[in-house]
Design a protein around this ligand. Structure first.
Ligand SMILES: C[S@@+](CC[C@H](N)C(=O)[O-])C[C@H]1O[C@@H](n2cnc3c(N)ncnc32)[C@H](O)[C@@H]1O
Length: 208
């Protein structure tokens, strides 16, 4: 999914968008989103998706990450969630709802038969206003929500991959993640726009 930044004029944005190598490949390979390449890059560097595991994909729509997972990894269980609808993907159990609501979280746990998972992924983004002082705190709050979800459903030694915007509050959030996991990396996949504040924290070895 590609978001328009306010500082770029719409014609320039359209020009950049359609000349973007990843956008072109999205059409050629019939992928759900440009984000597909970000997960591909993270998996290549950190190798956290393995056959036989169960994964939660938060902020899954339109489905690039879920599509990557079921197509690239054998025998993997995926439960995906987004506020927005998502066209079905074979092998993915999708729940539409806001994950910050308790009733949605409980539905998610039910879909997992109350069993813990080995990997939690979050590519969740707030609606972008273009104002750092609004967008960054919202992104960090989503990140904190994901940490709460880890407490409930991530197995010991499990992996968390979470997108957060860099800026005020990011270092504090990263320090918190470091207390919960044994190995923590901050990644900026090549497919992530250079002028975007997003980075991905890849945290392995959940301590509980
Ligand atoms: C960048 S898109 C995700 C792209 C997706 N990973 C893919 O590969 O196609 C971010 C998504 O986060 C979702 N989102 C934001 N806040 C959410 C929340 N509280 N609960 C569930 N989904 C949320 C948005 O609706 C949006 O679809």
């Amino acid at each position: 999914m590609v978001m328009r930044r306010r500082s770029v004029s719409s014609s320039r944005w359209l020009y950049n968008h359609y000349n973007d190598q990843y956008v072109q490949q999205v059409f050629q390979k019939q992928l759900r989103s440009r984000s597909w390449f970000k997960l591909a890059s993270l998996q290549c560097s950190d190798n956290f998706l393995r056959p036989g595991i169960a994964v939660i994909d938060l902020g899954s729509s339109p489905g690039g990450w879920s599509q990557y997972i079921v197509n690239k990894v054998r025998n993997i269980r995926v439960v995906a969630c987004d506020i927005l609808p998502m066209h079905p993907i074979k092998g993915v159990n999708f729940l539409q709802g806001d994950i910050s609501e308790n009733k949605v979280l409980n539905f998610l746990f039910n879909l997992l038969n109350n069993k813990k998972v080995q990997v939690i992924l979050s590519d969740m983004s707030p609606n972008i206003s273009g104002k750092a002082e609004i967008d960054i705190p919202k992104s960090i709050s989503l990140g904190e929500l994901v940490v709460d979800i880890c407490r409930n459903v991530l197995e010991i030694n499990g992996v968390l991959v979470v997108k957060v915007f860099q800026g005020e509050g990011f270092d504090r959030y990263l320090c918190h993640i470091r207390t919960l996991f044994t190995e923590v990396k901050v990644r900026k996949p090549h497919a992530s726009c250079v002028n975007s504040r997003e980075v991905y924290i890849v945290a392995k070895g959940y301590k509980l």
